[in-house]
Write a protein that binds this ligand. Structure first.
Ligand SMILES: Nc1ncnc2c1ncn2[C@@H]1O[C@H](COP(=O)(O)OS(=O)(=O)O)[C@@H](OP(=O)(O)O)[C@H]1O
Length: 280
């Protein structure tokens, strides 16, 4: 599945903060809560992707919220481990206190978060990641074309394929209604993390607790970072595999790619009712 690189499950809702509370912190009269550490439930929301869209940043920012509990690593349940079953998936989840209220689970009601950035930048980011693991791969420019002199784009290259958001969304819409989906702008998550987190919190029915005061712009990193990370309370930027320096790509190749994506982007804006501004 080319779309979902990452599927961290988000559990929670009011009262879902039991798992982390320690005996020392517990106010009197909470013994019953401490004995019952909470139960595991299947996620109420899932960050679907897209690969290199900024999914890790969204997850790390969102889990600062006291009513959010999230899986740390990418479970890849739906694309790689589906045969292990829902019980296996649920067991990966953190414990939450209101879990017992959920009596049945239907994935069709799960909220889906899509994090999307300019498909051209996304492709370069994807390529940069592969290059870091396999430095001997051909140049981005040569992988872009099936036939460079004729200008035929190689749409079978996954780095380009993943950016055809309209096509992928058509597929998702066969299974989920649009109202259960939120489309988050990867560019805005960098430029205005609190603004984008505001939309996410509203969509998830969470109180707007994550605001401007949670972020600072780290000049060395070149990205917004958390003033206080979840758990440690210390300033926290994403790791060094997030925010890599991209290689310079030939301007003509970039123009060709922008022309290639334009109709797909327009279609995607129409489908979602939101202009992401990737086409200038
Ligand atoms: N705050 C902050 N800090 C660092 N990086 C940030 C941040 N917000 C968004 N981004 C962008 O996230 C890109 C990586 O996206 P993902 O986490 O979705 O990548 S992955 O698919 O899980 O590998 C990553 O891509 P690269 O720049 O190519 O490394 C960043 O552009």
């Amino acid at each position: 599945e080319t779309w979902e690189e990452e599927t961290p499950g988000l559990a929670g809702g009011p009262g879902g903060s039991g798992a982390e509370s320690s005996v020392a912190e517990a106010p009197p009269g909470t013994l019953d809560l401490l004995l019952d550490e909470g139960s595991k439930q299947l996620p109420q929301a899932i960050i679907i992707g897209v690969k290199k869209g900024g999914t890790r940043a969204l997850l790390e920012f969102l889990r600062v919220h006291p009513d959010v509990r999230a899986v740390g690593a990418e479970p890849h349940f739906f694309d790689r481990s589906y045969d292990k079953g829902l019980a296996w998936y649920r067991d990966l989840m953190p414990r939450t206190l209101d879990g017992h209220r959920i009596t049945s689970y239907n994935v069709c009601y799960t909220k889906l978060l899509f994090l999307l950035g300019d498909p051209v930048t996304r492709a370069i980011s994807d390529y940069t990641q592969t290059l870091s693991k396999r430095p001997d791969i051909p140049s981005f420019e040569s992988l872009t074309f099936r036939n460079r002199s004729a200008g035929v784009i190689d749409t079978s290259w996954s780095a380009l394929q993943i950016g055809l958001y309209a096509r992928h969304l058509e597929h998702w819409l066969r299974h989920f209604p649009l109202r259960q989906m939120l489309f988050v702008s990867g560019e805005r998550l960098i430029r205005d993390p609190a603004g984008e987190l505001g939309r996410v919190q509203d969509f998830l029915g969470l109180k707007r607790i994550i605001t401007d005061k949670h972020f600072y712009f780290n000049k060395t990193k070149g990205f917004p970072c958390l003033k206080k990370a979840e758990g440690s309370g210390k300033p926290h930027c994403l790791g060094k595999t997030k925010g890599r320096t991209h290689p310079d790509i030939d301007g003509e190749v970039l123009r060709r790619l922008r022309d290639f994506y334009r109709p797909f982007n327009r279609k995607f804006y129409q489908m979602t009712g939101h202009d992401f501004g990737w086409d200038g």
